[in-house]
Design a protein around this ligand. Structure first.
Ligand SMILES: Nc1ncnc2c1ncn2[C@@H]1O[C@H](COP(=O)(O)OP(=O)(O)O)[C@@H](O)[C@H]1O
Ligand SMILES: C=C(OP(=O)(O)O)C(=O)O
Length: 552
């Protein structure tokens, strides 16, 4: 059997001990583990899974990126995520719409179906990599999948082990397994399964099964959810944020729900990128959880986002994009006929000056990025520590089209900790940890509206990237913290009077609205939504934090 397996290995130095396959009942004859990028390109060129095999099969873009298609599901499927309810998780997990329980026996059945699928495909890809750049707390992750694009994606997104580390840390058991059988539908009749898609996590046995979705983001956010469960137990706060570092070593965290600007704003030529989406904050400082980035491509231009634009090269994976013309293989970033959620994944070092290792000191500034679809929140305001807690627990933003299935235009939402979809534990646990760490390290907190200005969605316009970037520059130079502030009604926020590079009148959002009475109404309505949303945290938050909310 061993001989049979080895014969088909692409690279025998990377062979996985047989026991690591047979323990799951895996016996696929062709196993490809941590393959080189060219190998994965060659295999992807033969991938028959694409919505239009004639034109899209195994494409390579004009700049050398692998082009792949995820099929029916082009965003995450939060309604189809399940968490195994067992003796350990019953009391621990924040059960509800985010963490929907599934019986263990159903999960086991899904796992068997996934394993059977993995056994019957032409190749089984194994990706071994770390989650977390801090060697003290990093997790060893193993992904089994059947599409070369998924393998390259996870090789980009996990932290690549050296050959020695692969041998030392990945020969025995690992900390978490993903069985990605995405091309195979989930059986709807199984108890706990809601549709033909199911992403089921067993936190006790540290396993995840994917059926009925090939959206690659499901794997990386799956790993994130697990770190959110395991790391806080070690006193490490997990953060849905990007991070970068200034020339003096000062670190900024940028929190935000999908589409609010974590990736775009953290790629800043004046600062070193630490990471674009997922971080941990330990007693030693902050660390990126990932080895790569997963940027949105919609309307990507060199002029607006040069670092990301240039990262679309050999080794990057483009997901669900269309070409300008079939023969040029030039990507049409404005074409959203497959989805608005077009993506590119690339290793961190594709961004010039990214930090390696991706670690940083305790943050000096925290930015809460909110994409306000009502257009009433100021482009920037300074929060008191209590307001910081209030806004962190609230997590107000708009979900933008595409990232989650079914979202077609911005929808105002409250997503606790700016990442509710990934929280296995109660939000106040993460909020308390954040408050303690901010207090300990004197971190300043700013609320930044990267959403609408001059009116709500449909009337006003999205805040210009140029203005948001100038505001962030003014935070980093110390200009805003040392300047003067006005009070912003209803929310009682401190709005800076001036920020270099930003027209004074846009700093107070009311100035940008033609109909002032409608502005006042919309602002009060939003305040009201905040209050209603916060009622569910009323009995867990302190009076000071509750009092830091809007006053109508
Ligand atoms: N003022 C702004 N700030 C940040 N992003 C903006 C702004 N205006 C438009 N955008 C666009 O919004 C999207 C933000 O997406 P991204 O940075 O990937 O968010 P995240 O990483 O938080 O999911 C990008 O396509 C970006 O070009
Ligand atoms: C990959 C995702 O995150 P983000 O949009 O924040 O990059 C996602 O939510 O599917």
């Amino acid at each position: 059997m061993l001989h049979h397996l080895r014969k088909y290995m692409y690279n025998t130095t990377k062979a996985l001990p047989l026991e690591q396959l047979t323990r799951w009942g895996l016996h696929n004859a062709t196993v490809v583990r941590n393959a080189s990028t060219p190998e994965l390109y060659e295999i992807a060129a033969m991938d028959p899974l694409s919505p239009d095999p004639e034109t899209r099969q195994g494409s390579i873009s004009s700049t050398g990126a692998m082009v792949a298609y995820s099929g029916r599901r082009t965003g995450r499927s939060p309604k189809d995520k399940r968490v195994v309810l067992d003796e350990q998780t019953e009391q621990e997990i924040w059960w509800g719409d985010v963490n929907i329980p599934i019986p263990k026996k159903s999960h086991n059945l899904l796992e068997q179906i996934a394993l059977q699928f993995l056994n019957t495909r032409p190749r089984l890809f194994v990706v071994d990599g770390y989650a977390g750049w801090d060697p003290h707390s990093r997790l060893r992750i193993r992904v089994f999948c059947t599409r070369a694009y998924h393998a390259l994606f996870m090789q980009n997104m996990l932290i690549k082990p050296t050959t020695e580390e692969l041998k030392r840390d990945f020969s025995d058991d690992v900390d978490f397994h993903i069985f990605n059988a995405g091309p195979m539908s989930a059986p709807k009749l199984v108890e706990g399964v809601g549709s033909e898609t199911c992403v089921s996590v067993n936190l006790t046995d540290k396993k995840m099964v994917i059926l009925g979705t090939q959206y690659a983001g499901e794997m990386k956010k799956g790993v994130f959810g697990v770190t959110h469960y395991m790391l806080p137990k070690q006193g490490i706060l997990t953060l849905h944020s990007s991070a970068n570092e200034g020339v003096n070593g000062d670190v900024t965290l940028l929190f935000g729900l999908s589409g609010t600007g974590k990736t775009t704003l953290s790629a800043d030529p004046k600062r070193k990128l630490i990471g674009d989406d997922e971080h941990g904050w330990s007693d030693l400082g902050i660390f990126n959880i990932e080895g790569g980035c997963y940027a949105k491509c919609v309307d990507l231009t060199y002029e607006k986002e040069p670092e990301i634009y240039n990262a679309v090269k050999f080794g990057a994976v483009l997901e669900n994009v269309e070409f300008i013309s079939k023969d040029s293989r030039q990507v049409d970033y404005h074409n959203i006929s497959i989805t608005e959620n077009t993506r590119v994944s690339y290793p961190l070092d594709f961004i010039p000056g990214a930090k390696n290792p991706a670690l940083g000191s305790h943050p000096q500034n925290i930015l809460f990025l909110t994409c306000d679809a009502y257009g009433v929140l100021p482009p920037v305001s300074l929060l008191t520590p209590e307001q910081a807690m209030y806004h962190f627990i609230s997590g107000y933003t708009a979900k933008v089209a595409g990232t989650e299935m079914g979202v077609k235009e911005p929808v105002a939402t409250f997503s606790a900790c700016f990442g509710e979809a990934f929280l296995p534990l109660h939000p106040t646990l993460y909020a308390t940890m954040l408050a303690d760490k901010m207090k300990q390290h004197g971190t300043k907190c700013w609320l930044i509206n990267t959403g609408w200005s001059g009116g709500k969605y449909g009337v006003g316009k999205r805040m210009s990237l140029k203005n948001t970037r100038s505001i962030i520059d003014a935070i980093h130079s110390g200009e805003l913290a040392n300047g003067q502030f006005d009070n912003f009604e209803v929310f009682n926020l401190q709005i800076p009077k001036r920020a270099t590079g930003v027209p004074d009148q846009i700093l107070h959002p009311k100035n940008t609205w033609t109909n002032k009475a409608e502005f006042d109404r919309t602002l009060r309505n939003l305040g009201d939504k905040f209050k209603k949303n916060f009622q569910k945290y009323q009995n867990k938050a302190s009076p000071e934090v509750i009092n830091a909310g809007p006053k109508i």
